[in-house]
Design a protein around this ligand. Structure first.
Ligand code: NAP
Length: 299
């Protein structure tokens, strides 16, 4: 197992901003990747640091990053939307999602994109199937749900049902897609309507934090509700700790295909590293480092 790279007088900086940031797995994964790359390329001298930036300090922090020539950084809660007006260029994809999670320095200021969509898609694309007849149910309508909607649009899914707990928030969510994805077939529903959607849904995605540690006994759907899904349905939980969640344990018991959030996390991080270093990321090392950190007892 690789360790964090050594710091030298020539070390260039990468990082992640969020508030709080102490829970982030990105420094573990990215420094393992940088150490691995440096083993084969001694001149590749980078370190990746966590930066806890309060919302009111965001623009000062970004100006400071420019002053110290930070090469690039990831962006997590609560800055994914707020960073957008501070960038000189925003990719079309990030504009569609409405959020940026990866930023890099250019000669003309900061550029940003969104690698969550690619991260979410990676395990689904590996299944190599046709999605054109797929009805999707997305539980939750927050930031991660936005990346999932764009991903479902890219897959060409037949219809996307988004479930939320507040009608006005759902309406705003629906409204936000009308201009950016006019061809999207999206419907909104309150939670009490979920069960009637399940018999016709082949992909169900949990984007709520229900079931996330420490609330590991919770699940956004009951075991009985999961039995309403078709036998070939896929249950995708964006949560990566615990692993598996209660939702995925029950889904597996029902014989459904399950996907957890860890691969999305690794793939979005790998895609960011590729942008910064312009070379492939060592995904295997990143996966191993993340798993070792999350589940030390399993190794
Ligand atoms: P967010 O913007 O706060 O959205 C959370 C959504 O869940 C909101 O729609 C919220 O409803 C809903 N929700 C929260 N608690 C609920 C409850 N008790 N009952 C019903 N709905 C509830 O957060 P996010 O950034 O989208 O992240 C959501 C989850 O995805 C987190 O667990 C996060 O760790 C995970 N995630 C994983 C990855 C990965 O790489 N694997 C990436 C991004 C996010 P309201 O709108 O009504 O508040």
């Amino acid at each position: 197992m690789t360790t964090a790279p050594g710091i030298t007088g020539k070390t260039k900086l990468l990082g992640v901003i969020g508030y709080p940031i102490g829970h982030s797995l990105s420094p573990i994964m990215q420094n393992a990747a940088l150490a691995e790359l440096q083993r084969h390329q001694p001149n590749l001298d980078f370190a990746y640091l966590p930066f806890a930036i309060k919302p009111e300090d965001l623009s000062k922090a970004i100006a400071g990053f420019q002053a110290i020539s930070l090469r690039g950084f990831n962006v997590t809660i609560p800055h994914k939307q707020a960073i957008v007006p501070l960038l000189s260029q925003v990719s079309e994809l990030a504009q569609t999602v409405g959020a940026v999670n990866t930023v890099w320095a250019t000669g003309q200021g900061w550029a940003g994109t969104n690698t969550d969509v690619l991260g979410f898609l990676a395990p689904l694309k590996a299944l190599n199937q046709d999605w054109s007849q797929t009805n999707v149910v997305i539980l939750g309508c927050g930031g991660a749900a936005r990346a999932v909607v764009v991903a479902c649009d890219q897959l060409g899914c037949a219809r996307v049902h988004v479930v939320g707990r507040e009608q006005q928030r759902l309406q705003n969510f629906l409204q936000s897609w009308l201009e950016v994805l006019p061809g999207l077939n999206l419907e909104i529903h309150l939670w009490e309507e979920t069960e009637k959607l399940l018999p016709h849904s082949h992909l169900l995605v949990n984007t709520t934090p229900i079931g996330m540690a420490p609330n590991i006994d919770q699940s956004p759907l009951s075991e009985t509700a999961l039995q309403l899904l078709p036998r070939d349905a896929i249950i995708y939980d964006l949560i990566y700790t615990p692993n598996p969640t209660q939702l995925l344990r029950w889904a597996a018991d029902c014989g459904l295909t399950v996907i957890d959030g860890l691969e999305m996390l690794i793939q979005q991080g790998g895609a960011a590293l590729e942008i910064w270093l312009e070379q492939p990321a060592p995904l295997g090392v990143m996966r191993q480092a993340a798993r070792k950190w999350l589940f030390p007892q399993q190794d």
